[in-house]
Each structure stands twice: as structure tokens, then as C-alpha cells.
Write a protein that binds this ligand. Structure first.
Ligand SMILES: [Zn+2]
Length: 175
């Protein structure tokens, strides 16, 4: 019986590979992925940013107010509920960055602030714009601005100084 597999060969194409180096062998290899990301319990915070509001959280037992998403209270461990943060706060502290991650490198120097809000016990990290960084001061009243086209990232919100004719919020700094 004849061996029908005797001279079998896989068909070949004449497409090639880009070689950068042979020892060690380094080639061009295309790689791409769409990552399906779930925000899970943090969803209301990021959806809120797209609607021009910041959502904090408050303990259902001890009433501790968090200026960030937090499913359970770090003071007593009880569950929290969502609560909208005021759109105005004050600069609790700040730092000016002369170096940053690749996404922000061409925007240096920029100034990060920790914002305090009336009725909330923790701070919110964000960025202040629209003011020379030498003029940023602790206690400065600031208000939130939102990207019109939300990216569903924490950087969808940033802060600008409040104008002199706007009523400044009462926060722990001013009380
Ligand atoms: Zn609590």
C-alpha cells in the first residue's frame, strides 16, 4: 500500500518577518488587545464624573464622610451609601510636580491639590489649573470643573480657583 503521507509538505506563503537583530533574535511582532474593564462597585463615581458631579460615600452607621468611593467604612467597617460631594471646596495642601508619568509629562509643571469639603472627613486628590502655581495657597477656595467629553477617569474632574465674588465654602480649614 502506497504511503500517501510520504512527501507531504505544508503550503507556505511568501509573507515575511521584520528582523531587528539575529543574536539575540529580535523581530517585529504585532500585539494588540481590547481590554473589557469593569468599574464594578466604583461605577457611580465614574458615571457621576460624566454627569458633572463627584460622588463620595458616607457610613451608614457612624456617619463618617469619605470624599472618595468606599464600599465600607474604614472607621467602623459598616457599609456606606453614595453621597454627592459639594462642587466647591478648599485647598487642604498642594504640591507642584516637575516630573510625571508619560501621560502627563508634557504638561509639567502642574500642581496637585488635596481638596477638603464641607461635611466630609477625607480629602480628594485632583489637579488645579487656571492659576500660576506660585499663587496656590492652603485654604484657597476652589471649584470643580469637568471634561465635557468624559474619559471615565479620575482626571475627568479638575479644580480652578473660585472668583472673589463667589461665596467661599465653609470647610474644616475655614471653620
Ligand atoms: Zn463608620
Amino acid at each position: 500500500m502506497a504511503d500517501k503521507h510520504k512527501d507531504f509538505k505544508l503550503p507556505e506563503t511568501d509573507s515575511g518577518t521584520i528582523v531587528f537583530n539575529t543574536d539575540p533574535l529580535i523581530i517585529k511582532y504585532h500585539y494588540e488587545i481590547d481590554y473589557i474593564h469593569s468599574y464594578a462597585e466604583d461605577t457611580p463615581f465614574f458615571v457621576g464624573l460624566s454627569q458633572g458631579k463627584m460622588m463620595g460615600s458616607r457610613c451608614t452607621k457612624c456617619n463618617y464622610g469619605f470624599a472618595t468611593p468606599r464600599s465600607h467604612c474604614m472607621e467602623c467597617g459598616a457599609p456606606t451609601t453614595w453621597e454627592q460631594l459639594p462642587n466647591q471646596g478648599r485647598v487642604h495642601t498642594y504640591t507642584t510636580c516637575y516630573f510625571g508619568g508619560e501621560a502627563f509629562l508634557n504638561e509639567t509643571p502642574f500642581t496637585l491639590i488635596l481638596v477638603e469639603f464641607a461635611g466630609f472627613d477625607t480629602l480628594f486628590l485632583s489637579r488645579i489649573v487656571g492659576v500660576d502655581f506660585e499663587k496656590v495657597k492652603i485654604g484657597m477656595p476652589v471649584k470643580a470643573q469637568y471634561l465635557r467629553n468624559s474619559k471615565f477617569k479620575p482626571t475627568d474632574v479638575y479644580f480652578v480657583p473660585m472668583q472673589d465674588d463667589e461665596p467661599a465654602p465653609h470647610t474644616p480649614y475655614s471653620n
